[in-house]
Design a protein around this ligand. Sequence first.
Ligand SMILES: [Cu+2]
Length: 249
Amino acid sequence: MLFPSLAFLVATAVSQVAAHGYVPIIRINGQSIPGWDVSKDPYTTPQPLRVVRATKNDSGYVADPSSADITCSIGNSKLPPGPISATVAAGGTVQVQWNTWPVGHYGPILNYMAKCPSSGCSSFKGDSGSPWFKIQQDVYVNGVWASDTLAKSGFAYNVKIPSNIAPGNYLLRHENLALHGASNIGGAQFYPVCIQLTVTGGGSLNPSGLSFPGTYKATDPGIHFNPYQGDAANKAYVPPGGPVYPGLT
Ligand SMILES: [Cu+2]
């Protein structure tokens, strides 16, 4: 209580620094579908159902990859998802539209899916077992981190849904991993977003094997990484979560 005004200023500064971005819109076949608008949806009564899962009422990052928040962002362990999904054909594209993204949050963009149980995605948190598999990743190409490409591409990112996975209900876990502070253990910033999809068509593949939390460790070489060592070091960067699941087409 010695310096309440200072404490307030610090808290205010932290909340402003945390305003990195969120996903208010996705697009499938040119159609816009509302995502989770952090600036409006939490304050609307009744709270709207969205295909992008609700998070706590800010756009902050997850710092601890062993926390339950690593699955689908802050609040994963508390907020129930809603019974709604966006339909996409296997082999199709989901465009993830962030509201903003800062240049200089160097890092990869990683994309995973998990099949929801036969009861649907509504009660599926994806935070136990190993339901996840990696479908796509963009890392560091021609001297540019995927995050900077996102920042310079209107904040839109295209995720291709594999053409040979079994049809059904899935969570798509789309993630920015910011490494600008990651030369210190615990300094990486995770921005996962979960999108509820119904995949039509497809094949018979039912991949799995990864866990959130579980797969990522704070000491992984792709999480404890200094992105300021130059081009050669960045080219050698290996993202966490391993390679894209083999056999996806
Ligand atoms: Cu930031």
